[in-house]
Write a protein that binds this ligand. Structure first.
Ligand SMILES: Nc1ncnc2c1ncn2[C@@H]1O[C@H](COP(=O)(O)OP(=O)(O)OP(=O)(O)O)[C@@H](O)[C@H]1O
Length: 451
């Protein structure tokens, strides 16, 4: 689907039939004056005011703006207001689902629009930090040549996540989290406004306070929860949104996976458990949910690296290199193609033979150390390279294993207290059978008692 057509159609829908859109979209400010909070960006003469054409007698505004701030604080809104105020086309892309191809299509469309009917374009790119370096590079010509006004949004520090040639050509604006009073003002406006709930319900103070707690400064989350709760109250024939109704509905409103909420960890946990359980299809399902929710591919790759050692270990020593390679690849590729790499690694891990022997081995060894089972290092193993070491007997009696035909000397390595303690208990799954044989053989040659 050509992205600018899609967005144009969506915009048109929104304008013609505002009642069909979610409350948060219907209540989206149309002018800078309707924007709450962010006063530091909205002072008369500020770069943002200049961008909407206010007092625009000076030099042309920047062709690229980066908006950095927490979710639901007005980044999309500001981009939308800028495009409306300057009568430009508004095209929206998300770095989660779009790649270089989509960026090029928008840029080509923008050049056609300006050449054909003199209409300029605002390209709003959400979550720019999810673009790889190469994907961000593809934006540079359009910014340099002013083919579009780029407004890029990010929830992460742009100094780490945006390439420096783009950063240096952009105006960086930082959005502050909305205060509870800001969000309260938006909720009250939404309750009465013609575009909003038109006084269909009332919101008692305790429900409002709880709503503000749920929202945590995110206006979209507040309006979405209000809409769900108001709908539930009306379904019950109630004109007041009680605390009970709100509590019943927030769970349902949160069914849609929330990248920043608890589901983030639940779904990640289900992915790892499905891999551990060797259910490749369930693992792919949870992976798809994470991708679709806009999860950071680097977060997913980190979890896969942990799983490779925690649940597969030496049963397939290739699992860790595959997971590490996947982590490196996704950092370079970015979405959408990173999904292929993550799928590749997830399938390999899910179908690999399983062993938690590496996990339990270090767990048991740490447990002993933490309980104080340590004891002095045997003197024949101590450092013998300093003056006086000989006098202390350090290093004396040490047998150099390579001097022996088997390459293993029957001498004690562990402290006395732990000399017969074993930690590694290999499985016989996959390649670990080899390690099981090896540990048997080496413990025998070391003269260790079986324990
Ligand atoms: N500062 C604000 N003033 C008024 N309304 C706001 C503000 N911030 C957010 N909203 C409301 O919340 C909705 C979502 O906000 P918006 O899409 O602008 O957030 P965002 O910062 O782009 O979030 P995200 O990072 O999650 O995409 C808007 O449609 C609007 O109704």
């Amino acid at each position: 689907m050509e992205p600018d057509l899609f967005t144009a159609a969506a915009e048109e829908r929104q304008e013609k039939d505002p009642t069909g859109s979610p409350l948060a979209v219907r209540m989206r400010p149309r002018t800078l004056d309707e924007v709450v909070g962010q006063q530091h960006l909205l002072k008369p003469g500020s770069p943002l005011r200049r961008l909407v054409g206010e007092g625009a007698s000076g030099p042309a505004g920047p062709s690229s703006v980066i908006l950095w701030g927490p979710p639901g604080t007005g980044k999309t809104t500001l981009a939308y207001v800028v495009s409306k105020a300057t009568n430009k086309r508004f095209v929206e892309l998300s770095a989660i689902t779009a790649g270089v191809k989509e960026v090029r299509a928008v840029i080509d469309g923008a050049r056609r629009a300006v050449g054909g009917y003199g209409k300029e374009t605002v390209l709003f790119l959400d979550e720019i930090h999810r673009f790889s370096k190469a994907q961000q590079d593809s934006l540079l010509p359009a910014v340099e040549n002013r083919w579009v006004t780029l407004i890029a949004a990010t929830t992460e520090n742009p100094y780490f996540s945006v390439i420096s040639p783009l950063l240096s050509r952009s105006l960086l604006l930082t959005l502050e989290p909305l205060t509870d009073d800001d969000v309260r003002g938006l909720l009250r406006r939404a309750l009465t406004d013609e575009r909003g709930l038109k006084e269909a319900v009332t919101l008692p103070e305790d429900t409002e306070d709880h709503l503000l707690r749920i929202a945590g400064g995110d206006a979209r989350r507040a309006l979405t929860a209000l809409e769900a709760a108001a709908g539930a109250a009306l379904d019950k024939g109630e004109a007041e949104v009680t605390l009970a109704t709100l509590e019943e509905t927030v769970d349902r409103a949160a069914v849609k996976y929330d990248r920043d909420g608890d589901q983030h960890y639940d779904v990640a946990s289900a992915l790892i458990k499905s891999i551990r359980g060797s259910d490749v299809d369930a693992a792919l399902h949870y992976l798809a949910r994470m991708i679709e929710a806009g999860e950071d591919p680097r977060f997913i790759a980190r979890r896969l690296m942990i799983s490779a050692s925690e649940d597969i270990g030496l049963a397939d020593p290739n699992a860790l290199p595959i997971a590490v390679a996947a982590a490196q690849a996704v950092a370079m590729i970015g979405f959408p193609e990173a999904a292929l790499t993550l799928s590749h690694a997830t399938i390999a891990l899910a179908l690999a033979p399983k062993s938690n022997a590496a996990t339990t081995a270090i767990g048991a060894a740490l447990d002993d150390v933490r309980k104080g089972h340590a004891g002095p290092v045997p003197s024949h193993l101590r450092d013998s390279h300093y003056k006086g070491a000989g006098k202390l007997g350090h290093g004396q009696g040490y047998v150099y294993p390579h001097d022996l035909p088997e390459g293993i000397a029957a001498q004690q390595y562990a402290p006395d207290e732990l000399k017969d303690r074993t930690y590694y208990a290999p499985t016989r799954h996959g390649a670990e059978a080899r390690y099981a044989d090896a540990v048997e053989w080496t413990r025998g040659h070391l003269g260790r008692k079986r324990s």
